[in-house]
Design a binder for this molecule. Structure first.
Ligand code: FE2
Length: 342
């Protein structure tokens, strides 16, 4: 094995049998897209009005740091006026995984309902994952740092359908607006790919449940005739993809912001008691973790902690600025009420 052991090695989760990837089953809805293409856009899981409400919340949140950002003043779209946001747009710090608007999106009935349909159960966990705030027209040339980072979010040694990940898109998102790139159909060749590349040395990864494609791998995928697709979506649409599908995100090239809340769910039955105890601890400490909703991948704060002028940003307290108020349904998604049943 030519690979270094990643810092975070998680336990295995069962292969999921809720979707039939043989092609012999027709669902008549977005699940057919996931099976065939590895991704899907579920239209209008929240209304455009609700999406606009969350966009307003995100601008208010950015302004609340008191650094000078003003949604109506393009001259303030730069690092000095904002929390530190990397070129990929991911915000894992600043309490964002537990901000009121983040939980609001996760708790929307249309979002939960889509995952209930996939997993055939309402006993679900939600990830305490990041948000993506990719402001168009950044004056600090932030996006010049950006490089495509094709990856899959699943351990190459653990094949099969094990995880579905997603985000709720809050603003109009077309070809020029940044967003998700997916290798259409790439999930179906994942196992074959990793057999072919099992001896190639891997890039550093913070967790075993990730894999970065190199030029050699990209060529292999291209030789299969597979194509990269920019996934466009409207405000309030849910974008889903199989974690075996190669993907990455791109920053906005036009004038429209990209605001999304990552929303990944998994059945409670795929978690261990220890996972749920860890989720309870993370929830109570307002800490985030990856898209694996079982909670076994807490964010490594040394990796995701933002720096301002070379030192940890004092504006990052790891706490939400407006703590969420969870409904009974949303609280179940933390997994805490299920701890004693496992
Ligand atoms: Fe990813």
């Amino acid at each position: 094995m030519p690979h270094a052991i990643p810092p975070n090695v998680s336990h295995d989760t069962p292969e999921l049998d809720c979707l039939d990837f043989s092609g012999e089953t027709t669902y008549g809805d977005f699940r057919d897209d996931i099976v065939r293409d590895g991704y899907a856009v579920v239209k209008n899981v929240i209304s455009p009005e609700r999406a606009a409400h969350y966009v307003d919340d995100i601008h208010t949140w950015l302004e609340s740091f008191g650094l000078g950002y003003d949604r109506n003043d393009p001259s303030t779209i730069r690092d000095e006026c904002l929390p530190i946001i990397i070129a990929k747009g991911l915000v894992q710090a600043y309490g964002a995984p537990h901000e009121s608007f983040t939980w609001g999106v996760r708790s929307e009935p249309g979002v939960i309902g889509a995952f209930e349909k996939i997993f055939n159960t309402d006993d679900l966990l939600v990830s305490f994952d990041a948000v993506n705030v990719s402001l168009a027209g950044r004056l600090d040339k932030k996006y010049e740092e950006f490089k495509p980072w094709a990856h899959q979010d699943q351990d190459p040694e653990r094949p099969g359908f094990r995880c579905i990940q997603g985000f709720v898109n809050l603003l109009p998102n077309g070809d020029n607006d940044g967003g998700l790139m997916v290798l259409k159909g790439g999930h179906l060749v994942s196992e074959e790919y990793h057999k072919a590349f099992s001896e190639e040395e891997r890039e550093f990864r913070w967790t075993n449940e990730m894999y970065l494609f190199k030029d050699t791998g990209m060529k292999w995928l291209a030789d299969k005739g597979l194509e990269w697709v920019k996934v466009n979506a409207g405000p309030g649409d849910l974008v889903l993809w199989d974690s075996r599908a190669p993907h990455y995100n791109v920053p906005p090239a036009g004038n429209t912001n990209r605001f999304v809340v990552y929303t990944s769910f998994a059945p409670v039955s795929t978690a261990t008691k220890e996972d749920l105890q860890q989720k309870k601890w993370l929830f109570e400490k307002s800490k985030g973790h990856s898209h694996w909703a079982q909670g076994f991948q807490p964010f490594v704060e040394a990796f995701v902690g933002p720096k301002r002028n070379g030192v940890p940003d004092p504006h990052n307290t790891w706490k939400p600025r407006k703590p969420p108020v969870l409904s009974e349904r949303a609280y179940r998604l933390t997994g805490i009420p299920y701890i004693d049943s496992l």
